[in-house]
Design a protein around this ligand. Structure first.
Ligand code: C5P
Length: 218
């Protein structure tokens, strides 16, 4: 097997959290570190791919040879993905996109007064499902962070979002997944599955990309 199995292929990856503004100084976000997505970008570049990485706000260095686009909100991330998805061979949605954004972002800092206040939220667009619905779509890979019934929820997501492959992790296991350096993944595709036991995220990234190459060329 060639050490550059992705030579000539272009890969688009999303990574990290999104940040949904409340007012000019506050936001809603999550604990995603971006490490898995950055590891995928590094591994894909090493395997010979032209890699574009759409990254939410994270403190990580851009892997060598990778084109990085920084974004903040889910809407920014969707725009960057749609601007760059044309002619991509593989799309991997690894970002922890906020499910909701604030309905009306305040123009000025919200002052404290009342004892209670409510924030109205609206659903964000699903970037992964949007890419999967394109006529000339790339091979589409999603991630699923679950705390229980991992296979059931992952297979449901695979079908519902019309993906080629999904990488699921059990985020209830201490020291794995969110914000950790190690992870364990269970990969599902329509005709099969494979467990990738706990190891560092770069090793997992290489293993997942090898599976993608294998399934994509079938
Ligand atoms: O439905 P759920 O959020 O669990 O799906 C996770 C997968 O969907 C991840 O691959 C994530 O990057 C992607 N996603 C997305 N846009 C959203 C929500 C999730 O691309 N708004």
């Amino acid at each position: 097997v060639s050490s550059q199995p992705l030579a000539g292929q272009s890969v688009l990856i999303t990574a990290g959290p999104t940040r949904e503004a409340i007012d000019p100084v506050r936001y809603i976000s999550n604990h995603s570190s971006g490490k898995m997505g950055f590891a995928l970008a590094k591994a894909a570049a090493e395997m010979g791919a032209a890699v574009t990485l759409v990254a939410g706000p994270v403190n990580l260095a851009t892997p060598e040879g990778v084109t990085r686009i920084n974004v903040e909100s889910a809407q920014n991330m969707l725009d960057a993905v749609m601007d760059n998805v044309d002619k991509k061979d593989i799309f991997i949605g690894c970002a922890a996109v906020a499910d909701y954004r604030v309905s009306d972002i305040a123009d000025c800092k919200i002052k404290k007064s009342a004892e209670e206040m409510q924030l109205a939220l609206v659903r964000n667009p699903d970037i992964l499902a949007t890419v999967a619905s394109l006529a000339n779509r790339p091979f589409v890979v999603g991630f699923a962070a679950e705390t229980h019934d991992v296979e059931t929820y992952a297979r449901d997501k695979l079908k519902r979002k019309n993906l080629n492959m999904i990488a699921a992790n059990d985020v209830s296991v201490a020291g794995l997944g969110f914000n950790a350096d190690a992870n364990a993944l269970r990969i599902f595709w329509p005709q099969g599955s494979q467990d990738l036991p706990a190891t560092d995220k770069l090793t997992l990234a290489r293993q997942l990309l090898s599976l993608i190459v294998k399934e994509k060329t079938k």
